[in-house]
Design a protein around this ligand. Structure first.
Ligand code: ADE
Ligand code: ZN
Length: 324
């Protein structure tokens, strides 16, 4: 099993059906069924990103208390550590929970406690990236970053997720400039469903350091050259792309091409409870179904450490473990 950094992981997307049922019962929230197998079976046929998001957001009404957020993150971090993840940079969507009347303190306190406990139990290193839900718009994003600043020590960066098409990065310029002035890292989903113009805007207007997904950047050779020249990481999610019909088949996945072009591509699981498993399952699919070589897989793992928001000594330790 390769040691890796998982850089594109939505904590809310790690909610396995067993935990979904436990939390629904704990908080007296109705689910369409209480059979975990039936719940998971609904994830087989997403038509696109939005059809996934609709089910995903409906599930998230079960998350209510600090303990719920603790249990969610603890479960992921234990599975990730067992799957070779040395470093997890984890997205969370506080606006979803605020919309359910859950205070920010419950979200941050639950996640922070889970990170601290997982770090001492397994040695995994983890941090949070707060995402703006693009379909709530730029003003709501600005409101969130201001409300989150009292918790500034709980997260290392900001990201942009949810419905992509129709919500271009430029709408979030103010929220990102506040984040930049606070010294926060900046990333954004772009080029998952929308075209290369969204990737350009994420770079030029939001000043992002990594692009989440970035598949459609390959349609623009000038953009590819920029991403190569600046070694801007792309956090690709191969199994997610298959489940959400971003690619027709894993065999069509652009990852091998990205490596050939010299792009700093990495691999993550996105929403492992919905998309066929964790980062280890993604690596297994690349090896077994896409036929990627061990050398390419090691390059992807190395890229993940190069792209992580950590100090150079920590980074060098993981790279020497990988290459040792
Ligand atoms: N939220 C959770 N997963 C996502 C994805 N793949 N794209 C956009 N928003 C998301
Ligand atoms: Zn994502």
């Amino acid at each position: 099993m390769l040691p890796v950094a998982e850089l594109h992981l939505h904590l809310e997307g790690t909610i396995e059906s067993d935990l979904l049922v436990t939390l629904a019962r704990r908080n007296d929230i109705a689910l369409p069924t209480y059979d975990p197998v039936e719940l998971t079976a609904r994830y087989d046929h997403f038509a696109d990103l939005q059809s996934f998001l609709d089910i995903h957001y409906a599930n998230l009404t079960v998350l209510r208390t600090e303990q719920d957020f603790y249990d969610l993150a603890s479960g992921y971090l234990a599975r990730a550590a067992a799957a070779g993840v040395r470093r997890a940079e984890m997205f969370c969507d506080p606006q979803t929970h605020l919309g359910h009347g859950v205070p920010l303190a419950a979200v941050f306190d639950g996640f922070s406690a889970a990170i601290a406990d997982a770090e001492s139990a397994t040695g995994i290193s983890a941090d949070l990236i707060v995402c703006f839900l693009r379909d709530l718009g730029g003003d709501a994003a600005e409101e969130l970053i201001r409300a989150a600043l009292p918790f500034r020590d709980r997260f290392i960066g900001v990201g942009l997720d949810s419905t992509e098409i129709g919500y271009p990065p430029r709408l979030f310029e103010t929220a990102y400039s506040i984040a930049a002035s606070e010294g926060l890292h900046r990333v954004a989903h772009a080029g998952e469903e929308a075209g290369p113009d969204y990737v350009w805007e994420a770079l030029d207007v939001l000043g992002v350091e990594r692009i989440d997904h970035g598949n459609r950047a390959l349609e623009d050779p000038v953009l590819v050259q920029r991403l190569v020249d600046e070694q801007i990481p792309l956090t690709t999610c191969p199994l997610s792309n298959v489940y959400l019909k971003v690619v027709d088949d894993l065999a069509d996945h652009p990852l091998p091409r990205m490596l050939e072009l010299g792009l700093r591509a990495t691999v993550s699981s996105d929403d492992p409870a919905y998309f066929g498993g964790g980062v280890d399952d993604n690596f297994a699919a690349l090896r077994n179904d896409l036929g990627m070589s061990e050398t390419d897989l090691a390059t992807l793992a190395r890229n993940s450490f190069e792209a992580a928001f950590v100090d150079d000594t920590t980074r060098a330790g993981w790279i020497s473990e990988l290459e040792g």
